[in-house]
Design a protein around this ligand. Structure first.
Ligand SMILES: Cc1ncc(COP(=O)(O)O)c(C=O)c1O
Length: 369
């Protein structure tokens, strides 16, 4: 539960004998443009908040979040990042058997393991660019009472439409669907895909502040679901799990649309142009396969002759941290994930990868397609 994530710049800095800030962290999927400078200034001004206990259930923050998303506060719960909420769900629901749509974020299965809940995997196929097969999900989901779907998905960047998700949830009213929308703000039109506004009583939506606003150190995420389910989940909430500064940050984010909306629009525009530039440079000069992604990160399939550990090592030596995807269920040491950062950092990573491919890859049609 503690291992198996990206973002461990502290360990790499220790190994390289440098400071964590000197590492370009392309393993953590956070907004390349964030955090919003005005938010940071606001938190500096509010630093005295740490001298008092935060509101025990983050009630004010929940009300701001509910107003922003036009949902009832009784349908919303806040947690210490969506991570805390992911671990609460299987326990509170007392699920008999769960399904995890893979390859995906490991904490869904870890949350099941921690709560001793058996689970099945359903693997999305490389041939389909890892886009989920909704018929296959429906079939597998009919045998369980809890399903985890990450939309858009980490680490593939693939996304399912809202109408497909709604049809799935409607077809199995006795199954609970957890839709993790942590990366949805990076997708081109989040409002067209989000399940936040659904009235379906068998849907739990997860919403993280960490990724879109680049505040993973603050630890704040939300659940939106039916009032009945929320009551069950809330009985497992810990007091003060959302700290004072995190509460100040969300208050600010939910009440400054004039700064937040343009920031998110600029983020989406930047991601689109950098993704296309990064993909083009790799695809022109290597046989690396870039899987289509609606997010700020890209799953890359490596050519034969190159494995994820070698690429990770070379990048690490150059103070770039990427995600070796060998430990994702359904992937292997032929995959890495790179989260785009500044133009300069992206170019440097692409150049290194191109160099590696040219040094390691034998000729012939031996790519990871
Ligand atoms: C798909 C997904 N969901 C949730 C999380 C947890 O985010 P947080 O606890 O910071 O909200 C992550 C973190 O990497 C993630 O990739």
């Amino acid at each position: 539960m503690i291992n198996g994530h990206g973002g461990n710049i502290y360990r790499l800095a220790g190994q390289l004998g440098c400071r964590p800030e000197e590492i370009s962290d392309m393993s953590a999927n956070v907004n390349p443009l964030g955090p919003i400078p005005a938010l940071v200034d606001h938190l500096k001004m509010e630093i005295q908040a740490i001298a008092s206990l935060p509101e025990v259930d983050a009630g004010k923050v929940i009300r701001s979040f509910s107003r922003f998303y036009d949902v009832e506060p009784k349908q919303v719960m806040a947690g210490n990042g969506t991570t805390e909420l992911i671990y609460i769900i299987p326990r509170a629901i007392r699920s008999a058997r769960a399904l995890v749509v893979e390859p995906t974020y490991a904490d869904y299965q870890d949350a099941c393991k921690m709560n001793r809940i058996p689970f099945d995997h359903l693997f999305c196929k490389k041939e389909n660019n890892f886009v989920p097969d909704m018929d296959a999900i429906e079939k597998a989901a009919s045998k369980v009472d809890l399903v985890f779907i990450c939309n858009p998905n980490n680490p593939t960047g693939a996304m399912v439409s809202r109408s497909d998700l709604e049809s799935l949830c409607i077809s199995l009213p006795g199954t609970l669907f957890v839709i993790d929308e942590s990366y949805l703000p990076f997708a081109p039109v989040p409002a067209a895909v989000t399940m936040m506004g659904t009235d379906l009583s068998n849907v739990i939506v997860l919403n993280s502040m960490s990724k879109a606003f680049r505040v993973p150190g603050l630890r704040i995420g939300f659940i939106k679901t039916s009032e009945v389910l929320l009551e069950k989940l809330a009985s497992y909430a810990l007091p003060w799990s959302v700290n004072s500064l995190a509460q100040k940050a969300v208050e600010w984010l939910m009440t400054h649309p004039g700064q937040v909306n343009p920031f998110l629009e600029n983020t989406r525009a930047f991601i689109t142009s950098e993704k296309s530039r990064f993909k083009k440079s790799l695809e022109n000069k290597t046989r690396v396969r870039c899987f289509p992604s609606v997010t700020s990160f890209l799953l890359l399939g490596l050519p034969n002759g190159l494995n994820a550990h070698t690429v990770w090592q070379t990048m690490a030596t150059n103070r770039i941290l990427i995600r070796d995807c060998a430990n994702f269920n359904g992937l292997s040491d032929k995959f890495i994930r790179i989260s785009l950062k500044s133009e300069k950092e992206n170019s440097r990573a692409a150049d290194l990868l191109i160099q590696l491919c040219q040094n390691h890859t034998s000729t012939g049609d031996n790519h990871a397609r």
